[in-house]
Design a protein around this ligand. Sequence first.
Ligand code: AKG
Ligand code: FE2
Length: 261
Amino acid sequence: MASRLRFGGPTPNPEGGSDGGPSVSSKAAGEREGEARMPEPRRREVTDLGGGSEVVHIPRFLPRERAWEWFEFLDKTIPWTRPEIRVFGRSAIQPRDVCYVADEGLTDLKYSCHQPRAHSWNEFPVLKDILKAVHEALPGSYFNSLLLNRYKTGSDYVSWHADDEPLYGPTPEIASVTFGCEREFLLRKKPTKSQAISGTGEAARKRLKVATLQQQHSFLLKHGSLLVMRGYTQRDWQHSVPKRAKASTPRINLTFRHVLT
Ligand SMILES: O=C(O)CCC(=O)C(=O)O
Ligand SMILES: [Fe+2]
């Protein structure tokens, strides 16, 4: 499906300009002596999914070197676990490492019969720094919880799902920051009610598969990137990070969310 892509206005860069691209000295950039250096804008791609759903992608959200420092720190210090969950009535080990951080006093998160323990932001000051950068890039947005994922190899994945738990409300905004190995992030439209009941058998199954493939988007999430899902994306779409045999190094992903209070 052709993306309904538009390039949004520049995103302010809180680091003062270095996004890992080639650095340009202020003289070479033609600045006059004493003139304040303007932060470099970061490219922001906005994909209108239709029906009030939107995805914003900022490929070079974090400076490259800083993002590697954060990767190393998170990889070593986060108390990663691989909990047992229930999927379609069966027990399974979650196919990636996870950890949960949240403000005190929020409604507990529960998914697939698993209720993760909420760690405090104070245990991991670096997470507060990353949250600050996210808040600065997304004025007006506010996140009070964070689900962390670590995909050790290309065999780790997250299957098709929507983060549509009631504690996030009807139009949750989810801001996802990626560190390390780049992986593909897929979005597909949920079948409409009429598609879902349009008959059984092979022909109906094929029709549904074609309709679903026509409404699919793919984003390559690189080291230091930010992807934001907004509006009705969780109600009307599902997302996944599929297995990738070629992805041999770890990827850490942080999904910031707002639990309604
Ligand atoms: O790893 C990602 O990019 C997505 C993770 C995700 O969908 C989730 O934590 O709900
Ligand atoms: Fe998700």
